[in-house]
Design a protein around this ligand. Structure first.
Ligand code: KG4
Ligand code: ZN
Length: 397
């Protein structure tokens, strides 16, 4: 039986209330509100998903072409209760079957993080169960520990040492894990995160938000495209994607200028019948841009393909190199961009060791991954004080 919480109100320095040991195979309720998904999940024994509910705010942000922090916080407030109720409905005993509560406390948008963290702390306190704060990036990595189906036997857990490539809308990290909760940062992006680059390039190409799935989809029909540059940053495991994004922007601007020149010439031609030579036809290095406003579909597809190839090439090369160098026995792919099928297949093709990635619905933000990470944190005795605050720039360690 769980004990009732102590009667006094929590002070900023108070230790967590005395709690009995948790039963074997205990269930964690986790909340995730770091960005634009309001999510609640129940996970048993750190690996078995009992419920996984995600309310996407995509529609609320789409018209702005990106995430608006104020809108995100308000949407979390609106969605949290229904999402939580839907998750808890999966437990026959309801709250009595919840043995600990976890929430993401960073990195992310501070207002958004506050909604989930405060709700989780209040619920844990009120129920007299442990509260566990989780790093969002750690959550993405631990999605690899989740069994995708509760009906199937447990898959073998990932083995250490492992190299994890975390690629999301806000982060791009290459991490060495020698054990649970042991992270050695090998490299990270020096400018844009990969997902951010996908989103920005999609915007340049007029593909809408979120950009990753849109670029992947339109690039799928292209066999070959003129290569775009790759930022190798030799002798480091760091990444850079803003130059690539700018290269796409400049190419698109050149093509648009070319259109304008052709348009104004043909208008002048109609007026004066002048016979100026038309610009040279596009070369192989420059994908054709023949259709009118705003950009030719074929050109957009080729640009999307070239961009994706450039990103995937660098990510895969560095990850495979790091795995070899540090003697990893597995590669773990994590984060929203891990949903990219080209990245998955290329990593599997070029790596000499097993590559693991979560199913697509566990790659993007969800709370099941937070519960999985919370389980291993709690197991290692890493439970925070009740005063835990949000950390928008929380590093992985
Ligand atoms: O991990 P996530 O859901 O949120 C963050 O923590 O940032 O990642 C969202 C990012 C977005 O930038 C989105 O464009 C990207 O993941 N993404 C993809 C794909 N699906 C989502 N990027 C490339 N290919 C995809 N299939
Ligand atoms: Zn994420």
């Amino acid at each position: 039986m769980l004990t009732a919480p102590p009667p006094q109100t929590p002070s900023a320095t108070a230790p967590p209330p005395e709690q009995p040991p948790l039963p074997a195979g205990y269930t964690i309720l986790a909340l995730e509100t770091s960005c634009d998904e309001t999510a609640a999940a129940l996970v048993r024994d750190g690996r078995v998903i009992v419920a996984n509910v995600v309310a996407s705010q995509m529609d609320a942000h789409r018209r702005y072409g990106g995430i608006v922090p104020e809108v995100a916080s308000r949407q979390h407030i609106l969605s949290l209760t229904p999402v939580l109720e839907e998750a808890l409905a999966a437990l026959p005993g309801g709250w009595d079957d919840v043995h600990a509560v976890a929430a993401t406390y960073g990195p992310g948008l501070s207002g958004a993080l506050l909604t989930g963290l405060n709700a989780a702390k209040a619920m844990a306190w009120q129920r007299g169960v442990p509260f566990i704060g989780v790093n969002h990036l750690e959550g993405h990595i631990y999605a690899n520990w989740l069994n995708p189906s509760a009906d199937q036997p447990l898959l073998p857990a990932p083995q250490f040492p492992a190299v994890a490539l975390v690629v999301s809308g806000g982060h791009t990290l290459l991490v060495l894990m020698r054990g649970h909760g042991e992270y050695q940062l090998l490299g990270q992006t020096r400018d844009d995160a990969v997902g951010e680059a996908f989103d920005k390039v999609a915007r340049i190409l007029g593909l809408g938000y979120p950009g990753g799935p849109a670029i992947q989809q339109i690039a799928a029909d292209v066999q070959q495209s003129a290569p775009l540059p790759r930022a190798w940053l030799r002798d480091t495991y760091d990444f850079s994607f803003s130059g690539l994004k700018t290269a796409v922007l400049h190419k698109v601007q050149e093509v648009q200028k070319q259109h304008q020149r052709i348009d104004s010439r043909s208008r002048r031609g109609r007026r004066t019948a002048a016979s100026e030579p038309l610009p040279l036809p596009p070369t192989e290095a420059e994908p054709p841009a023949t259709a009118p406003e705003p950009l030719a579909a074929q050109y957009v597809a080729q640009m999307a393909h070239a961009f994706q190839e450039s990103v995937v090439d660098v990510l895969v090369a560095k990850t495979v190199d790091a795995a070899q160098h540090f003697g990893a026995v597995e590669i773990l792919l994590a984060g929203g961009v891990a949903a990219n099928t080209r990245l998955r297949s290329e990593l599997e093709r070029r790596a000499q060791l097993p590559v693991r990635f979560p199913p697509i619905w566990l790659c993007t933000d969800n709370a099941a991954m937070i519960a999985a990470a919370a389980y291993y944190r709690f197991d290692a005795g890493r439970q925070p004080d009740w005063s835990l605050d949000v950390r928008p720039n929380l590093p992985l360690r």
